[in-house]
Every structure is written in structure tokens, then in C-alpha cells.
Design a protein around this ligand. Structure first.
Ligand SMILES: [Zn+2]
Length: 122
């Protein structure tokens, strides 16, 4: 899948977020990289780097670098298996990293995702 297709998928995923979340994503840049950095176990689909909104003192930082969400194309394609599933994986990964931006820790997000999946299957 080419870069332009990813940009469209990401735009759609952001558009699907509730307004009050989307409005607060102004300070975040989203990038796509080919390869994830090496990791000890599991597949790294995405990465959030920055200072979460809930962090103390965030409001006082001037001139800091913007927060960054990186999506790893090869990992996403590996997990998706087929092109049709790529948008789902991109959306789930992006929302996961957005949740980190809002200050949720990884385990908590994992539990929320399990609930969403259970709901969708009903
Ligand atoms: Zn996480």
C-alpha cells in the first residue's frame, strides 16, 4: 500500500474520533515509518512520543517539540495480512497511541480495547 493511501486512512481515522478528542490533537504530528525499531518481543505497530496531556507542568512548556505518533508500515501490513484489513489496523493503532497522548497507560488501553472488541462482536 502506498504512502498516499496511508494518509487517507489516517485522515479517516482522525475524522472518526469524537470532536472533543480531535480538537485536542493539534499539537501532535503523525508520521509513517517503514520499519519499527527492534524490540524484544511482539510486533510494534505504533509509538507515541511526547508529554501526555495529563502530565504535570505540560502547560508551562514553551517551544517544546510537538508530540509525535509514529505508525510502522511493515508491522501494520504484517498484522493485517490482507490489504482490506490495513485500515482497521491503522485505526486501532492510531487510537491506541492517541490514548497514550491523553495519558492512559498501556495496560489500561489494552483493557479498553478488549471491551471495544467485545462490543463490536455483539
Ligand atoms: Zn501502548
Amino acid at each position: 500500500m502506498d504512502h498516499a493511501s496511508y494518509e487517507t486512512i489516517i485522515q479517516d481515522a482522525i475524522s472518526a474520533l469524537p470532536d472533543q478528542i480531535r480538537d485536542r490533537l493539534n499539537d501532535v504530528i503523525i508520521v509513517i515509518e517503514q520499519e519499527a525499531p527492534p524490540r524484544q518481543r511482539g510486533i510494534l505497530l505504533g509509538l507515541y512520543e511526547g508529554v501526555p496531556l495529563t502530565a504535570w507542568g505540560r502547560g508551562e512548556m514553551n517551544g517544546k517539540l510537538p508530540d509525535k505518533i509514529t505508525l510502522f508500515q511493515q508491522s501494520i501490513e504484517q498484522v493485517a495480512g490482507t490489504e482490506e484489513r490495513i485500515p482497521d489496523i491503522v485505526r486501532e493503532t492510531l487510537w491506541h497511541e492517541v490514548a497514550h497522548y491523553f495519558g492512559f497507560d498501556h495496560d489500561h488501553i489494552g483493557k479498553m480495547e478488549e471491551r471495544w472488541r467485545a462490543k463490536r462482536q455483539q
